[in-house]
Design a protein. Structure first.
Length: 96
């Protein structure tokens, strides 16, 4: 291989490397130039709080619809927020 051929091969290799570097830079520039809603990261970061808000809304709806005024069975008495179970007292036999 002559020195001229080696020089041509070296310049072609450096041209290919510089083209790959330019393509990577152009790709980065295109990603930076695209609007925020076309990026993945904002949506990924917003997904967590959005799921929490939906879960909170579902919990509130279930709390008000299905469990607000349930009757107390089995001899319970509700006094404020406390529910106590009342046990029936057996009739006392008083001897006097």
């Amino acid at each position: 291989m002559s020195a001229l051929q080696k020089s041509i091969n070296a310049s072609q290799t450096s041209d290919n490397a510089s083209q790959k570097e330019m393509n990577a830079q152009e790709k980065n520039n295109l990603e930076a130039a695209s609007p925020w809603w076309r990026q993945r990261w904002p949506w990924l970061l917003m997904a967590g709080p959005a799921v929490a808000i939906v879960g909170c809304a579902i919990t509130i709806v279930l709390a008000f619809q299905g469990f607000s005024d349930q009757a107390i069975f089995d001899g319970g008495v509700k006094r404020g927020l406390v529910v106590e179970k009342v046990t029936p007292h057996p009739p006392s036999s008083q001897t006097r």
